[in-house]
Design a protein around this ligand. Sequence first.
Ligand SMILES: [Ca+2]
Length: 146
Amino acid sequence: MTKLIFPQSYRCACASGYTGRRCESEVNECAPDPCLHGGRCSDLLGDFSCDCGGTGYSGPHCEVNIDECAASAPCMNGAACRDTDGDYSCQPCPGDFCGKNCQRRDPCQMVRFENCTSCAHIRFPPFPIGLISWEFPFLFFPCAKP
Ligand SMILES: [Ca+2]
């Protein structure tokens, strides 16, 4: 008995995650990218996974804003925390504090000179290593108060 095969006459019902006329191709579930807000997509068999690390979002598609204020209370030194879409803010920092979390003192706020009209932050202070003072670490990590 002769079996006739017509090349264009069949179509497979593919198992999940596969595609093509003979189900020979794996579906790339990352195309188009299902991860929002810069989440990194991993193509799995019949599925995908979004790594939302560092995006400020969570959820299967990185679609849910994380309320950092409720989750970890990141603001320090009495600053009020305000949750924002994909981020949070501790600004304005109270007093001389600065930084995203108001975690440190602003050197320009700490050291004031009578005739100084503006303060510029310098990364490498031009004084000998033997003169390191308590101000030294602050000078190495400039912080412009917003
Ligand atoms: Ca947020």
